[in-house]
Design a protein around this ligand. Structure first.
Ligand code: ADP
Length: 496
């Protein structure tokens, strides 16, 4: 399921279905219980009423169904009276096949004898009536063989043996001490009522489901509208229109962080593109100037025949210029490789002192020409975790700068110490220094404090950016500080 809208709708409808089903189930069960409760109380009341109206005349039980006002109560249930031995004392005439429950064993019988059944034949005028308030009625649902369902109530009552009990009993044997009064009513009506309720609930639930389904479709579309708006706003962003931003006004509060993130990403992208453009322009400019110088020298040379000496000098000029171009191109290539993550440092523990000695030896003649002393304060056993060739290049660039921007009779000093989980290497000089306002930018590509200054010193403008790139690839940091007495560039390389 790849559509957010579909996910929202399906999720919502699943929750809704669960709610509707539980609600329907609850209503159905509650209604069923309520109907059963009503039926049970009616059944019990009828059984009591019928029991009260039971008369045994001349040993024959019969119900006096006419009340004091001469009205017949509406009786919808069937009654049966059975003794503890299973003897049916009475059963409603024409009663259908009902699987009556058996006489309840261990039935609670009221302590006080409340039922009075006449055991005698002779109690002609003695209409003994039940006036019982029976103990523990038991309700049961039973199913007849024709799968008709019946609700029955059974309660047990005590018999008070009449004073004339010595006589022959035509109705109840002597052994009878208690009878169970049972009443049954068909559950067909209740079932029908519940069926109607179920159909009604089904129709209502389906309608609710369809309405909610349609509603959730519209709602999901409405909720996703901001995404379409953001999409539209982003569609206008292109390489040439990177300045476009999404205005958070008019969007819901919850979307503001997303919009801010998108705008911040656009900011970074725009700055990246600007840097990239600037870099390309700078690189072209850096290469165009020496190339123009070489072309110019050649053109001038070719105007007329030259002496050998003139030719040699011209070649020297061109060679110097071509070397500076070569330095720029190599610097650019190295930066490009590092940008692309292709020059990953192969770190190893290397002793620092021999490396510095090597660098000094290589740069020494130049330094001597400018009368700059090269000094160091490095413990011989100090080791640093770095890629040897990359660290050599970085330190060479720093020493190179420290010599080139130094004063006559100045000095360059490299100090190193282990601290804070790594090695700190400081390259200090007694040179011309870097004005404070330029310090934050000197690690940028092609950035020069004073372009005219470089004409004389011959830098490519890439030295410090290569240093920074190498140090960052080692998860380290590089900073520069400067004052009237010279500059210090500090490199920190972590041990891990
Ligand atoms: P460059 O090849 O021009 O030296 P870098 O990237 O190495 O390029 O340095 C950037 C600029 O920072 C230089 O042009 C120079 O102005 C300044 N700079 C770097 N190192 C020093 C230093 N030790 N003393 C004074 N200025 C320095």
């Amino acid at each position: 399921m790849r559509s957010l809208r579909l996910k929202l709708i399906v999720g919502f409808l699943l929750v809704l279905t669960a709610v509707i089903l539980s609600f329907d189930g609850f209503i159905f069960v509650a209604k069923g219980n309520a109907l059963l409760d009503i039926l049970d109380s009616r059944l019990f009341a009828e059984s009591q009423s019928l029991a009260r109206r039971l008369e045994i005349t001349n040993g024959k039980p019969a119900f006096d169904l006419v009340d004091d006002n001469g009205l017949k109560p509406a009786i919808s249930s069937f009654i049966r009276i059975v003794d503890e031995n299973g003897l049916i004392v009475h059963q409603s005439p024409n009663s259908p096949e009902i699987p009556w429950p058996a006489f309840p064993k261990n039935a609670a019988v009221p302590h006080q004898a409340t039922a009075r059944l006449d055991r005698t034949q002779s109690a002609q005028s003695d209409h003994q009536r039940k006036v019982a308030s029976p103990a523990s009625p038991v309700w049961k649902t039973v199913r007849s063989s024709r799968s008709k369902i019946w609700r029955t109530v059974t309660w047990v009552d005590h018999l008070e043996i009449d004073a004339v009990s010595g006589e022959k009993n035509a109705v109840l044997p002597e052994t009878t001490t208690a009878v169970a009064i049972q009443c049954a009513e068909s559950l067909a009506e209740t079932k029908e009522e519940l069926r109607e309720l179920a159909s009604l609930l089904a129709v209502l639930s389906l309608a609710a489901f369809l309405i909610a389904g349609g509603g959730s479709f519209l709602l999901a579309g409405w909720a996703l509208r901001p995404i379409r708006r953001i999409n539209k706003a982003l569609a206008g962003v292109s390489e040439t229109r990177l300045d476009r931003r999404i205005d958070p006004k008019g969007f819901d509060r919850e979307l503001h962080p997303l919009i801010e993130q998108l705008n911040a990403a656009l900011d970074r992208l725009e700055k990246g593109f600007q840097r990239e453009r600037q870099f390309t322009a700078d690189a072209s400019h850096e290469l165009r100037t020496p190339l123009a110088a070489i072309l110019n020298t050649i053109e001038v040379l070719l105007r007329r025949p030259r002496r050998d000496q003139e030719l040699i000098e011209a070649h020297h000029d061109n060679l110097r210029t071509a070397r500076s171009m070569q330095a720029i191109i190599e610097g650019l290539l190295l930066l490009a490789r590092m940008d692309a993550g292709k020059a990953h440092p192969a770190k190893e523990e290397i002793p620092l002192l021999p490396l510095v000695t090597d660098i000094y030896a290589a740069i020494g003649p130049e330094a001597e020409a400018g009368t700059v002393r090269l000094e160091q304060a490095i413990e011989p056993e100090l080791r640093v975790l770095a890629d040897p060739s990359q660290l050599r290049l970085a330190l060479s660039n720093l020493v190179d700068n420290a010599v080139r921007y130094n004063r006559p009779n100045g000095s360059v000093t490299i100090k190193a110490r282990t601290e804070g989980g790594g090695t700190t290497i400081e390259v200090g000089d007694t040179g011309i220094g870097i004005p404070a306002e330029h310090l934050p930018r000197i690690f940028e590509r092609f950035y020069r404090v004073d372009p005219s200054r470089t004409e004389a010193t011959g830098g490519s403008g890439l030295g410090l950016s290569i240093v920074r790139k190498i140090v960052e690839a080692h998860n380290g940091r590089v900073t520069a500080a400067s004052g009237p007495e010279g500059s210090v560039v500090t490199v920190f390389l972590p041990d891990a």
